[in-house]
Design a protein around this ligand. Structure first.
Ligand SMILES: *[C@@H]1O[C@H](CO)[C@@H](O)[C@H](O)[C@H]1NC(C)=O
Ligand SMILES: *[C@@H]1O[C@H](CO)[C@@H](O)[C@H](O)[C@H]1NC(C)=O
Ligand SMILES: *[C@@H]1O[C@H](CO)[C@@H](O)[C@H](O)[C@H]1NC(C)=O
Ligand SMILES: *[C@@H]1O[C@H](CO)[C@@H](O)[C@H](O)[C@H]1NC(C)=O
Ligand SMILES: *[C@@H]1O[C@H](CO)[C@@H](O)[C@H](O)[C@H]1NC(C)=O
Ligand SMILES: *[C@@H]1O[C@H](CO)[C@@H](O)[C@H](O)[C@H]1NC(C)=O
Ligand SMILES: *[C@@H]1O[C@H](CO)[C@@H](O)[C@H](O)[C@H]1NC(C)=O
Ligand SMILES: *[C@@H]1O[C@H](CO)[C@@H](O)[C@H](O)[C@H]1NC(C)=O
Ligand SMILES: *[C@@H]1O[C@H](CO)[C@@H](O)[C@H](O)[C@H]1NC(C)=O
Length: 463
């Protein structure tokens, strides 16, 4: 946490009173970053109506924001609190989270049954996991500790693991009435993986470690993660997981990346997690540098350039950024590369946050040197996360129990960032030509994989 908070607040007050117009960001100046982060956090909270007449505590308005995205937004504010030390939103966060905890204190809320899959729940659980790791104030009695809340949800996932088909995996939906009950997707399984990794590192309990291994082995075995670490959207038990939906979204690679980084940290920088961390980081290149004039800037490759992202998709970059920043902490060998991406993206985002009545509304494209005319929670949240993320080298790492020992990173890790050898090979059945080693040139060098993916996409009917 930053020591300069008092002087930051003084500066901020004078900054805001000057009728703040646009975000003047100097990515090398802590004060400037704090101001930009504060402004973007305010923009996120300005969209929250849960504590106003007609609103529901804990929720951003639906429509257009599904319940999961509110979890995503609290998650961004949780990270913001940790990275900046700004206490402004602590009360409103606690108040909102309590109401959405559900009767079993696991973020399964009866009123949201229609739109809660394992992934939706996970975006709330991530808030509690970070709260535990960062020593965010505990909820008042009778609510359990943050760690207990995470464990409650984790046990839900264990009970939902389903080996009746596909040799394992979590279904997207756990309620048989919901469309998607037969789909086994990367974000649900990746969330279970990442939470297992974080719980293993936090507690030192090997049960979590064994589950992290099981989930990784399943996801890579079935082809959700391929041998060059592309992470695809999902697969379906109706075809016994012999086909894969090859759409690629930022948050899917992000969720596995951070889980792998946590495990490489917990296992002292050893194989296989160090190679997997490096490989997944390399795979994020699919979502970086959309044009020659946009070096190192993040974008949502499936839909952003064509402006066809839906409301959910507009927020996904936020989570990749959150997990990349956190990865640079857990796996110091990644910090140089991730720092480049964060700085270029933040600069682009600052330029994109110049719309609306206050000249601070953020657009979705961070490479057009201005606002792209779009507005929404996803755009604001992505900008918030890329701003606070610049402070990653000044934050404390996630805590562990005192009896868990975390060793320093090996001085010169010997990993090849494009490692493709000796890794599990995904199921041959499901894989079109653009998968695997043959795809390296197309997917990595030019980010031209999208049209190809659309053309070759193995269609899976979800009924
Ligand atoms: C927003 O920018 C426009 C154009 O530069 C300027 O005229 C206007 O005063 C700004 N509004 C605020 C609230 O700063
Ligand atoms: C809701 O919470 C926000 C953030 O703390 C605060 O700025 C706003 O005034 C609150 N609204 C009401 C009606 O209490
Ligand atoms: C596992 O999936 C099968 C097939 O869809 C279903 O009948 C069964 O209830 C599921 N088991 C669990 C624990 O969800
Ligand atoms: C489903 O796939 C698994 C491997 O993932 C295989 O072991 C199993 O026999 C298959 N089941 C059916 C019914 O085809
Ligand atoms: C964090 O520190 C590393 C090592 O000095 C550096 O390469 C990286 O750019 C820094 N990250 C940020 C976001 O400043
Ligand atoms: C402008 O800023 C004020 C104060 O934060 C906020 O209440 C208002 O919603 C903002 N307007 C827009 C269009 O962002
Ligand atoms: C960058 O290049 C793209 C594609 O050539 C173009 O559409 C965009 O306007 C350029 N951006 C800037 C800031 O010049
Ligand atoms: C480590 O500490 C935790 C919390 O105090 C305790 O529950 C656990 O049993 C301890 N583990 C070992 C191996 O001593
Ligand atoms: C684990 O993370 C800590 C905190 O950032 C870092 O100091 C340490 O070097 C990391 N260890 C490994 C093995 O990556």
């Amino acid at each position: 946490m930053l020591r300069s908070l008092a002087s930051f607040i003084t500066t901020l007050v004078s900054f805001l009173s000057q009728n703040a117009a646009s975000i003047a960001l100097d990515v090398h100046d802590t004060q400037s970053i704090l101001e930009a982060a504060s402004l973007t956090a305010r923009n996120v909270v300005d969209l929250y109506n849960g504590n106003e007449t007609g609103g529901i505590l804990g929720k951003w308005p639906f429509p257009p924001y599904y319940w999961w995205e509110s979890g995503g937004a609290w998650g961004g504010l949780m990270e913001y609190w940790h990275y900046t030390g700004d206490e402004t939103y602590v009360d409103v966060m606690q108040e909102g989270l309590i109401v959405q905890l559900g009767p079993n204190n696991d973020f399964v809320v009866p009123a949201e049954a229609f739109d809660t899959g394992s992934d939706d729940q996970a975006f709330w659980v991530f808030v509690a996991m970070s709260a535990a790791e960062y020593s965010f104030p505990q909820l008042p009695a009778p609510y359990p500790s943050w760690l207990q809340i995470v464990n409650n949800a984790w046990e839900d996932y264990v009970s939902r693991w389903n080996s009746s088909l596909c040799n394992g995996g979590l279904k997207w939906q756990f309620n048989p009435q919901n469309a998607g009950y037969h789909y086994k997707n990367s974000i649900s399984n990746g969330a279970f993986f990442q939470l297992s990794a974080r719980l293993a590192r936090f507690t030192g309990d090997q049960t979590y470690m064994r589950w992290a291994d099981t989930i990784w082995n399943w996801a890579s075995g079935i082809g959700l993660v391929d041998n060059i670490y592309n992470v695809f959207d999902g697969t379906d038990e109706m075809v016994n997981c012999t086909g894969v939906d090859h759409h690629q979204w930022t948050y899917n690679v992000g969720v596995f990346l951070y889980g792998a980084a946590v495990l490489q940290n917990y296992t002292d920088g050893s194989s296989p997690w160090i190679e997997r961390t490096a490989g997944l980081l390399d795979s994020t290149n699919t979502f970086i540098s959309p044009f020659r004039n946009a070096s190192n800037i993040l974008f949502e490759a499936e839909c952003e350039i064509s402006m066809t992202c839906n409301v959910d998709q507009l927020s996904m970059k936020a989570y990749l950024i959150r997990w990349m920043a956190a990865t640079s902490k857990m796996a110091p060998f990644t910090a140089g590369r991730i720092g480049e991406v964060l700085r270029a993206s933040a600069q682009g985002a600052a330029a994109a946050c110049t719309g609306g009545a206050n000249n601070t509304t953020c657009g979705s494209k961070w490479y057009v040197d201005g606002w792209d005319g779009t507005t929404g929670l996803g755009q604001q949240l992505s900008a918030l996360e890329v701003m606070y993320a610049l402070l990653v080298n000044q934050t404390n790492p996630p805590a562990t129990y005192p009896n868990v020992s975390i060793l320093p990173a090996p001085p010169l890790p010997t990993i090849t960032v494009t490692a493709t050898e000796g890794l599990p090979t995904a199921s041959g059945v499901a894989r079109p030509l653009h998968d695997g080693a043959a795809a390296v040139i197309q997917s990595k060098a030019q980010n031209k994989i999208r049209p190809l993916v659309a053309a070759l996409f193995t269609s899976l009917t979800v009924t």
